[in-house]
Design a protein around this ligand. Structure first.
Ligand code: DOR
Ligand code: ZN
Length: 390
């Protein structure tokens, strides 16, 4: 396959280039490559981002396939520009906390349309399972959320000490409703990581202070979810039904959101926390938003309003997630890397509608938003797996 004339993010800069793909890999990048027998993709006028990597999604299979499964979740991912998705372990009724559960998920995910990898849940007594399962990453819940995976600090510390240093631990640190609760949670997580002298990644930070606290530990990285930058409590309260706005950690007020925008440079990654629930479940109090199909476009739109650079987007959605998860051959458009490429049209204006989502959620907290910028093609390991239909 040959991608012609893309404005591609290569070596930290956008440049017009042709990109030659052989099998699953990028084999040549140059100003002009002549086609022989390749399938040609005309990317004139389009931006090429390294295929997006989602480090925080809940794909719900097995157990709650009515909310999402690997097929629907991966389709949503591709439509949002993602080629690789990390799935969270808080499945109900059976969380991913044993070798058996992990193996089962790997089997089930074989029908996914993009790559799926798995975070393994830490519990108060699954140390042997962790050793046997050899997961590539671990999730520690220090704060309450959907499922029942919260562990105490002393147990978390033991996991942090035992889990191989070369692998990543993702921490849900925040507990409770208030900003102070969240900040205390992050402080605890950092204290533990320092004691264990290891890397951790703190997910869904929702206040500037959390980011500041986390970044005091040189081995900590942080992400935030789009809703902590593009939604605020005062506006969300007007949603109908009002239960739609429930998410964990909760949405923050306008002032906090403004402070978050000032911390952009310190945010290492965007994780959508794609947490699909049917509207019926939301009304009964389920927390979480679908996020895979709107995340990138929200930031592209912010770029069109000059609030954020394309470099920031490329690094936070792909390059840094690859670094955080210590992945080789992902997160860059470069020779020898996997041919995961997200083609974006910055001129395309569209309206977010829940009913058009591939996710089974079929609703979105961003309903009705007019966004400028859209994924038009997603290339996963050398194959076009999503093409925009409108
Ligand atoms: O709102 C949330 N929903 N936050 C989480 O941390 C979990 C998620 C879910 O699984 O529904
Ligand atoms: Zn989550």
């Amino acid at each position: 396959m040959l991608i012609k004339n893309a404005n591609a993010y290569i070596n930290g800069k956008f440049r017009i280039r042709d990109i030659l793909i052989n099998g699953e890999q990028i084999v040549k990048i140059a100003y002009c490559i002549n086609a022989k027998n390749e399938e040609i993709i005309d990317a004139n006028g389009l931006i090429a981002l390294p295929g997006l990597i989602e480090i925080h999604a809940h794909l719900r299979e097995p157990g709650q396939e009515q909310k999402e499964d690997f097929l629907s979740g991966s389709r949503a991912a591709l439509a949002g520009g993602y080629c690789l998705v990390y799935d969270m372990p808080n499945n109900m009724p059976k969380p991913t906390i044993t070798k058996e559960a992990l193996e089962k998920k790997k089997m089930l995910a074989k029908n996914a349309l993009c790559e799926i990898r798995f975070h393994f849940g830490a519990t108060k007594n699954n140390f042997v399972e962790v050793r046997n399962a050899k997961p590539e990453s671990m999730k520690i819940y220090l704060g309450k959320t959907t499922g029942n995976l919260v562990i105490k600090s002393n147990v978390a510390l033991k996991h942090m000490k035992n889990f191989p240093k070369g692998k990543q631990i993702i921490v849900h640190a925040q507990d409770g409703e208030t900003v102070e609760d969240a900040q205390t949670g992050v402080q605890t997580a950092i204290k533990l990581a320092k004691k264990a002298t290891r890397k951790i990644h703190i997910t869904h930070t929702s206040t500037a202070k959390e980011i500041e606290l986390a970044k005091k530990w040189k081995l900590a990285t942080v992400d935030t979810a789009p809703h902590y930058l593009f939604l605020n409590k005062e506006e969300a309260i007007k949603m109908k039904p009002k239960e739609k706005m429930f998410v964990n950690p909760p949405l923050r007020n306008k002032k906090e959101v403004a402070c978050m925008w000032k911390e952009l440079e310190k945010i290492d990654a965007i994780g959508t926390d794609h947490a699909p629930h049917l509207l019926n479940d939301k009304i009964k109090g389920a927390h979480g938003f679908p996020g895979l199909e709107t995340a990138l476009a929200l930031f592209l739109d912010a770029h069109s309003k000059k609030k954020i650079s394309l470099d920031w987007i490329a690094t936070r959605f792909s390059e840094n997630p690859a670094k955080i998860m210590k992945l080789n051959k992902y997160g860059k458009i470069a020779n020898g890397y996997f041919a995961n490429i997200t083609l974006v049209d910055l001129r395309k204006v569209w309206i977010v509608k829940g009913k058009n989502l591939y996710s089974k959620a079929k609703w979105t907290p961003f309903e009705g938003r007019v966004l400028k910028g859209k994924v038009v093609k997603t290339i996963y390991k050398g194959k076009v797996v999503f093409t925009e239909s409108v």
